[in-house]
Write a protein that binds this ligand. Structure first.
Ligand code: FAD
Length: 546
């Protein structure tokens, strides 16, 4: 906490907006793209307002597979530039947020050794299309190329390939039908929603009287002024902007429509994940993440699914790809469940039947609009569109991946700066994120300090691992009277943390806390009970220990 009080103080920010409602830039959408763009522009010294219709990162940015990856599978299509940029951003992210993004070994099981030796290069040079994973030999070349694209950054360990018994020794969970496997390392984004909040906090703290409101929706544009609905206060207000950045994800076309722009810029593709409880499978898999082909009879129709252990007995299994033109209606249906569980059964026939579905989530990828019918083949690149409705510059950013948010934000911010006639003062390329700042150097010292505050060593370790160099701020709430009392059976959520989220991170509902500020949605054995306890706690006022 800064001496002046929490940075993300809704009351103060709302009063500042009421006193002066003119902004250099208004960013619409508080997913990872909007959060990154907001931070970037605020760091340039601009007065920026971010409005998010729901909670921060409650759209696609909280429904992803949670992997920071370069897109190994896009290599096969020869998208070298896209993969190189994504690998670079992945490596930057691992360095910038070591408290929230950790290395994970990604294993791709393969059913043949030499299959696709001819077809894979043809696809690489775009001389052939189709799908189906090639064999170990061509995939090994792909892994080598993928590793080379990181330019020796050393952010993550490299990869390799193994066949036959060597593969089964290395990956004991592989069934006999697999001829081998290749592996790479990617980043596991443990807390994507928390990273969004940390970016937003940094933007507000940047000093340019920037403000950010969750539960605040752009509902109309009247005479060039934005009509914003504060859903918590139940009132509307107006704001003026020199430039508007539309980072509304799958809703981007609709937001552009409020400005009178009728252009198809994005095409949503919904994706579902299941949260499974499967102790034996979780134990067999260990810390590996599997990218595996579903069992579709036609190899040309096979897709890659993802499976890894979230922690304890819990696993994340995803994902589907369904065209989606109404993002607010996206849901996980019976067909999604059946498809994902069948894919799992193809990989682990024995263990799959014992897996229990304990949760699910769905999100809509805001891909750049395309006429490509094969959803898996739609580009994952991003695009910036510029319009000037009624003379007001409107910058729309769509596409990309969570992994590449920083670059997307930079491109959107550059377009906004250009419209303002301003130049960039600060680069975000090597900038740490929130609790990632100096984390590697200070980790041991912080843990010791927390123990010095009287916290049990296990709790001190968890708080440090979760919040990085922001942990001492959280610890002051946890060390306050009653703050260390656990609200969850696994002890991974305390009263003090809930008070911190409510006071310093703009969490207003139990869902904000269990789903986006903590990992309870994925880990809690009794989610309903934890949610009820959090709801009760949110009604209690409580500050940090002084
Ligand atoms: C199933 C699935 C798996 C994925 N897995 C990965 C992965 O492992 N790795 C990876 O890198 N990427 C992954 N992605 C892609 C990634 O999640 C998205 O590219 C990214 O989160 C998009 O972020 P965004 O901020 O652009 O959009 P969103 O997160 O959707 O944010 C847009 C926001 O705009 C808000 N909004 C809309 N209208 C208004 C309005 N009128 N006023 C105010 N706010 C408004 C919405 O509420 C929303 O929160 C995955 C996506 C899906 C769906």
């Amino acid at each position: 906490m800064t001496p002046a009080g929490p940075v993300l103080d809704r009351v103060r920010m709302t009063a500042e907006i009421a006193a002066d409602d003119r902004f250099d830039v208004v960013v619409v959408g508080g997913g990872i793209t909007g959060a990154g763009t907001f931070r970037d522009l605020a760091l340039q010294g601009l007065r920026v307002l971010l409005v998010e219709a729901g909670d921060f990162a409650s759209g696609a940015s909280g429904a992803l597979s949670r992997v920071a990856h370069g897109g190994f599978r896009y290599l096969e299509r020869g998208d070298i530039g896209l993969v190189r940029d994504a690998v670079r951003e992945r490596d930057r992210l691992v360095a910038a947020a070591p408290h929230a993004v950790r290395p994970i070994r990604v294993v791709i099981p393969l059913t043949s050794r030499f299959g696709g030796l001819l077809a894979a290069p043809l696809r690489f040079f775009r001389l052939a299309s189709g799908r189906g994973l090639p064999g170990v030999a061509p995939m090994a070349l792909g892994v080598a190329l993928y590793g080379a694209l990181s330019g020796g950054s050393g952010a993550l360990p490299g990869g390799g390939a193994a066949a036959g018994t060597a593969a089964r020794r290395r990956f004991p969970y592989l069934g006999r039908r697999f001829a081998g496997a290749v592996w790479t390392h990617e980043g596991r984004i443990e807390a994507p929603e928390r990273i969004a909040v940390e970016l937003i906090e940094e933007g507000v703290a940047a000093g340019g009287r920037a403000a950010a409101l969750n539960y605040c929706r752009l509902v109309a544009v009247e005479h060039g002024r934005l009509v914003l609905e504060d859903r918590l206060a139940g009132r509307s207000f107006r704001a003026a902007a020199e430039v508007v950045v539309n980072a509304a994800g799958a809703h981007a076309d609709r937001v552009a429509g409020l400005f009178g722009i009728e252009q198809r810029m994005t095409g949503g593709v919904a994706g579902a994940h299941l949260i499974l409880e499967a102790g034996t499978l979780a134990a067999r898999l260990g810390d590996d993440l599997l990218f595996f082909e579903d069992g579709a009879a036609d190899p040309a129709k096979r897709r890659l699914c993802v499976l890894y252990r979230l922690g304890g007995d819990r696993l994340l299994l995803g994902t589907t790809e369904t065209r989606c033109d109404a993002p607010e209606a996206a849901d996980v249906g019976e067909a999604d469940r059946t498809y994902l569980l069948a894919a799992l059964a193809g990989l682990f026939p024995d263990e799959a039947s014992g897996a229990r579905v304990v949760g699910h989530m769905v999100g809509v990828r805001p891909l750049v609009h395309s006429d490509e019918a094969d959803l898996a083949h739609r580009s994952r690149d991003h695009a910036v569109f510029r319009h000037r409705p009624g003379g007001l510059p409107l910058v729309t950013i769509v596409g990309g991946k969570w992994t590449t948010f920083r670059k997307m934000a930079e491109d959107a911010a550059d377009a906004a700066l250009d419209a303002l006639g301003r130049s960039r003062r600060v680069s975000t390329a090597d900038r740490a994120i929130g609790g990632g700042a100096n984390f590697r150097d200070r980790r041991d010292g912080i843990e010791a300090d927390l123990i010095g505050l009287g916290l049990p060593p296990d709790l001190a370790r968890r708080l440090t691992a979760t919040y990085g160099t922001r942990a001492p701020r959280v610890a002051r709430y946890v060390a306050a009277k009653g703050g260390a009392a656990p609200l969850s059976d696994d002890g991974r959520l305390t009263r003090g943390e809930v008070r911190f989220f409510a006071t310093e991170e703009m969490a207003t509902s139990a869902e904000d806390v269990v789903r986006r500020r903590s990992d309870q949605f994925f880990r809690a054995a009794r989610l309903d009970t934890v949610t009820a306890r959090v709801a009760a706690e949110l009604g209690v006022k409580g500050g940090p220990a002084s």
